[in-house]
Design a protein around this ligand. Structure first.
Ligand SMILES: Nc1nc2c(ncn2[C@@H]2O[C@H](COP(=O)(O)OP(=O)(O)O)[C@@H](O)[C@H]2O)c(=O)[nH]1
Ligand SMILES: Nc1ncnc2c1ncn2[C@@H]1O[C@H](COP(=O)(O)OP(=O)(O)O)[C@@H](O)[C@H]1O
Length: 199
């Protein structure tokens, strides 16, 4: 585990880390940080996951996720079109379409995945050169406040997500780097640096 932003980590062996995998508990601010990173780097490739969950009012199909039916998701898995996939929070399935990520990496340009712990472990096995980054909250209380403040889940779903969050926080030590999302600007600076997007 490495808390600093050193350019040379084991995950960089063989060249600059091109694939970065971002994991963190619900409502820690992953989406917010990725949005800020994209604002700074409009051309950055961020994988668009497929999911069987319904879109939130703020989400657009093909932009935030590919919203697909369970049958369509089955088909993608059967055709080996998923780089990884997992059932998250015990309910819906989420997965990374393989083709766009492989094409991006083949072109030598960086790629970012924002996925759950189970999916990240799959990627670490299949692509050990990937750089694994964990986003942590400043405190448990702040995480709960952000989840409630977002207001997108009912209390039952929030409880489910917080149960998953405890498991994810316990796994933070598995990651190459931990970014604490205290302020969006500072956390984004750190991710930008880890991805080699500065300067
Ligand atoms: N394994 C996997 N997890 C994903 C993927 N896309 C999103 N997730 C994870 O699914 C979880 C739920 O995402 P979402 O429903 O958007 O809720 P939120 O994290 O609370 O905003 C998060 O931990 C995401 O990182 C994916 O392609 N694969
Ligand atoms: N550094 C931060 N300080 C305060 N609130 C934050 C911060 N980062 C994100 N948030 C807020 O927390 C909530 C959850 O953020 P979101 O990006 O949806 O999390 P995630 O994608 O990890 O589930 C949102 O309401 C967002 O505006």
């Amino acid at each position: 585990m490495n808390h600093d932003c050193a350019a040379a980590s084991p995950s960089n062996a063989g060249g600059p880390a091109r694939l970065t995998v971002l994991v963190g508990p619900t409502a820690v601010g992953k989406g917010t940080i990725v949005a800020e990173l994209r604002r700074r780097h409009p051309d950055l490739f961020v994988s668009i996951s497929a999911t069987t969950r319904a879109p939130r009012s703020t989400e657009t199909d093909g932009v935030h996720y590919h919203f697909v039916s369970p049958e369509a998701f089955d088909e993608l898995v059967a055709q080996d079109q998923m780089l990884e996939w997992a059932t998250v929070h015990g309910t819906h399935r989420y997965g990374t379409p393989r083709g766009p990520v492989e094409a991006q990496l083949a072109s030598g340009r960086p790629a970012l995945l924002e996925i759950d712990l189970d999916g990240a472990r799959q990627v670490r096995r299949s692509m050990p050169q990937a750089q694994m980054v964990f986003v942590a909250p400043p405190s448990w209380e702040e995480l709960v406040a952000r989840l409630e403040g977002r207001g997108t889940e009912d209390s039952r779903e929030r409880e489910r997500r917080l149960a998953t969050a405890r498991v994810e926080l316990d796994a933070a030590a598995e990651f190459d780097h931990i970014i604490t999302n205290d302020t969006v600007a500072r956390a984004t600076d750190e991710l930008e640096s880890l991805m080699g997007l500065t300067g």
